[in-house]
Design a binder for this molecule. Sequence first.
Ligand code: FAD
Length: 441
Amino acid sequence: MDWWREAECKRVHDPFFYDHRKDSSGNSCDVLMKSLVIAAKAEKCVWIPGSIVIGGGPSGLAVAACLKAKGIPSVVLERSNCIASLWQLKTYDRLHLHLPKHFCELPLMPFPSSFPTYPTKQQFVAYLEAYAREFDIRPRFSETVTSAEYDGALGFWRVKAVAMGGKEDKREYLCRWLVVATGENAEAVWPDFDGAEDFKGPILHTSLYKSGDAFRDKRVLVVGCGNSGMEVCLDLCNNTAHPSIVVRDSVHILPREMLGRSTFGLSMWLLKWLPVRMVDRLLLLLARLMLGDTARFGLPRPQVGPLELKSLSGKTPVLDVGTLARIKSGDIKVRPGVKKLLEHGAEFVDGGADRFDAVILATGYKSNVPLWLKEKELFSENDGLPRRPFPDGWKGERGLYAVGFTKRGLLGASLDARRIAQDIEQCWKAELKKIMIFACP
Ligand SMILES: Cc1cc2nc3c(=O)[nH]c(=O)nc-3n(C[C@H](O)[C@H](O)[C@H](O)COP(=O)(O)OP(=O)(O)OC[C@H]3O[C@@H](n4cnc5c(N)ncnc54)[C@H](O)[C@@H]3O)c2cc1C
């Protein structure tokens, strides 16, 4: 059994080690043996001790770091060529964290004290890069996971990926624990508009928008009134463009700060003492005093309060950073839903129409999990989010986990990451014990 011990040692220390020698005694070496044989047969099949984390965004990094701190190896597979690709490649230049930094830090490493309360996107990315360095997390970049399936016979997850390093190259990995960290924002949502093919100007998603500089003096229709849509409008105004924002439904707009505290921090604090509806009433009272009646400007509020709505539907209130003042001043026009696009403009559901040079879709993102995960219990096939609501959606069966799908931003991801690492640690220790008993009877 010496090769067994040797294999175990290598397995623990080298994430890309696999051994395809057979146990000459013919004894069953449990799942490890089977996996080694399969690994040998399969082309480019790599056995990963510990876990595979799919996605190198903040959530994936957080899990990898928590595992590392517990001495458990993991391999992060990331489809882009950098960590936190959403932040580095798909966000606008003026983006800052929407929430104060202490609500956005990942486990085990605070933000530098020199950072402002709301770090810029560049500062956030610098923090994540330092985080990856600190925990020696080196994702396998440019590898897109195309399928992940539990192999009941082996007792392992089979993860297939396509590497895009010059020429397309298929890989297969085997692992005991699989952590899904591909995010709630994996794919941009592009609504279909009647007449889109007739529209002569550019139509782009906010994931492609960098700055209003490219739209100087242009009339721009921004579709969607979440935090991104509102902020893009402000950026367009600041760059002498003329934005209109489409507000189809109701929306809760709150000041980013109230009573000298962040609105988010104040809400969290109040929720310790008061029921959610009471906190909502207080927030709405303060918002009314500070912002006035937003319905007067075409921004009616939903019937349900902001925090209750967030927990029921995941819809985040807009934290105003100055857009509302530009709406009040008339610099940004509020329009109802789009009926159809015209050659040089748009027609709205109220019958009105206007000229536009460009359309920016602030229509959000969706999960891509149903496209590649061949498992239907943890994640819903409809929206690619965990079926069980927060805080129970982080753990599935057979070593499957979800991180960063709580609709609670980085705070939710950090909570998930800690729990997942603790859970894997328990199994890891139990399995190591079994191996030791088996290897050293
Ligand atoms: C504009 C914007 C601002 C935000 N601001 C805040 C804020 O201030 N505070 C806060 O708490 N939250 C904020 N959020 C919400 C959330 O915290 C962030 O979206 C955060 O980036 C989520 O991290 P994540 O790792 O879960 O997902 P992502 O950052 O989306 O990372 C997922 C990674 O998985 C990779 N991936 C996807 N599919 C595959 C695949 N098949 N194979 C391999 N890799 C794959 C992607 O390339 C990506 O790098 C914001 C979101 C947006 C869009």
